[in-house]
Design a protein. Structure first.
Length: 359
């Protein structure tokens, strides 16, 4: 998989709905592939769908169908698929947008869901991709901008005939697919929390004295990750009520409880994001407080040195004046007495500062 950046670039594209031709505006160079997975209680079958075959012709009674589409490079093919299932053109344009668009649109016979999926790549960077679903009576079509293994857990579960995912319909399959996307959010939140706890220990123990720039880069990166997840989860929670409304009755009453549970998970995720936001703010304050404390320590040391040497400098300055008649200059023991005087003054200054608790 080749990509230009680890997350979407938010370059203003103007009003893309005024454009006549559809174009993919993302940054991932992933070939478009379509895989069909159909299953029931007794069997599961997999098949790669060629460009000439129409998805709608594959759907028969007695099976639940999952059409897994990866890569948005073949814009015309994806446009034809969406058109066959009744998706409006402006929704298709949002699918190809380079922005994090989240929407849930209820049509008469299908429900169109679009959201941002997130995962951590091999470079420990948060990657954002566009993900969409079309829910029908006995089928789910998933669109994935990259070839990330975000849905591999579903394939493993479908291969196990003892799990209930094989015994229920397309709406239940959609619930598990949504949970896979949500698991990506939780994975990033969990790892971000662990990193913030580690950095908090370092800042409390002041182990970061060698590289303050590293701390700032770290906090900036974690703040960027937080913003990406928040832009993904918050709009999804706001749009999710459209799915729960279920005006086309594609979600069976017996499965509504699962989607209510997913709504609760989204709310919990937002609460965890709020905790991360507060932790980031606290770490920034702790970082600046540590810097101020170190600066105070430096000023304190300089003040101690100044307090000791200012009176010594004064005495040396007095004895360094070029007056003709200075009794100390002609005194036999003047040099030794001057040293003894300077040492006594320094000791008095040190004892005074020590009594004040500066040592």
């Amino acid at each position: 998989m080749q990509k230009k950046t680890t997350h979407k670039s938010y370059v203003r594209q103007g009003n893309t709905h005024l454009l006549q031709n559809l174009s993919y505006q993302g940054s991932y160079n992933v070939a478009t592939e379509v895989e069909m997975i159909k299953f029931n209680e007794k069997e599961i079958l997999k098949k790669a769908i060629s460009e000439e075959e129409r998805l709608i012709d594959q759907i028969k009674d007695g099976y639940v169908y999952w059409f897994k589409i990866t890569g948005f490079s073949d814009v015309d093919r994806i446009n034809r698929i969406c058109n066959k299932f009744g998706i409006q053109r402006f929704d298709i344009k949002d699918l190809f947008s380079n922005l994090q668009v989240t929407k849930i649109v209820t049509y008469k016979t299908v429900t169109f869901i679009m959201m941002s999926g997130c995962f951590i790549d091999e470079n420990d960077c948060v990657v954002v991709e566009q993900i969409a679903f079309i829910l029908g009576k006995n089928y789910v079509i998933s669109f994935q901008e990259t070839s990330s293994p975000i849905f591999d857990g579903i394939i493993t579960a479908l291969n196990n005939p003892t799990l209930q995912i094989r015994n229920k319909g397309a709406d239940h399959l959609l619930y598990f697919l949504l949970n896979c996307v949500h698991s990506g959010y939780n994975d990033i939140i969990g790892k971000t929390s662990e990193k913030l706890d580690y950095m908090e220990d370092k800042l409390i123990n002041q182990d970061d004295k060698e590289d303050n720039n590293y701390v700032m880069r770290f906090l900036r990166k974690r703040r960027s990750d937080y913003s990406i997840i928040r832009r993904s989860v918050m709009p999804l929670r706001e749009e999710y009520k459209n799915l729960l409304h279920n005006s086309n009755n594609l979600i069976l009453d017996e499965n509504i409880i699962y989607f209510d549970d997913f709504d609760d998970r989204l709310r919990t995720t937002l609460e965890e994001l709020e905790i991360i936001h507060e932790t980031l703010a606290s770490l920034m304050d702790l970082y600046f407080n540590n810097n101020n404390q170190r600066m105070n320590e430096i000023i304190k040391r300089l003040t101690i040195v100044s307090t000791i040497f200012i009176p010594l400098t004064f005495m040396v300055g007095v004895w360094g004046m070029n007056f003709k008649y200075m009794p100390e200059l002609d005194w036999e023991y003047g040099y030794y007495v001057s040293w003894i005087t300077l040492v006594i003054i320094a000791l008095i200054a040190i004892l005074f500062l020590k009594r004040k608790g500066w040592f």
